[in-house]
Ligand binder design. Structure first.
Ligand SMILES: [Zn+2]
Length: 80
């Protein structure tokens, strides 16, 4: 189970309180992309909190959340 903290409103809960929106980035960039074995960046919706979409980096092996960020506040340059 993932524990997620919304970077916008600060609510922290397990993943069932949020909605996954798939891989982070533009659709055309992610459709043919091989899912890595380390960290994936995904969209998540703060469904029970503020209702805001945000980005989250998650390690696919140990399920550790390594970062969350508000849209427009990406810690990367937007490329994969
Ligand atoms: Zn929120």
């Amino acid at each position: 189970m993932l524990m997620i903290r919304c970077p916008v409103c600060g609510i922290a809960a397990d993943e069932t309180e949020f909605t996954s929106g798939g891989l982070y980035g533009r659709l055309e960039e992610t459709e043919n992309r091989v899912i890595p074995r380390d960290v994936v960046r995904e969209w998540w919706l703060c469904a029970r909190g503020c209702g805001t979409w945000f980005g989250m980096a998650r390690h696919v092996v140990n399920q550790r959340v390594t970062a969350t960020w508000a849209a427009g506040d990406e810690p990367w340059d937007g490329r994969h």
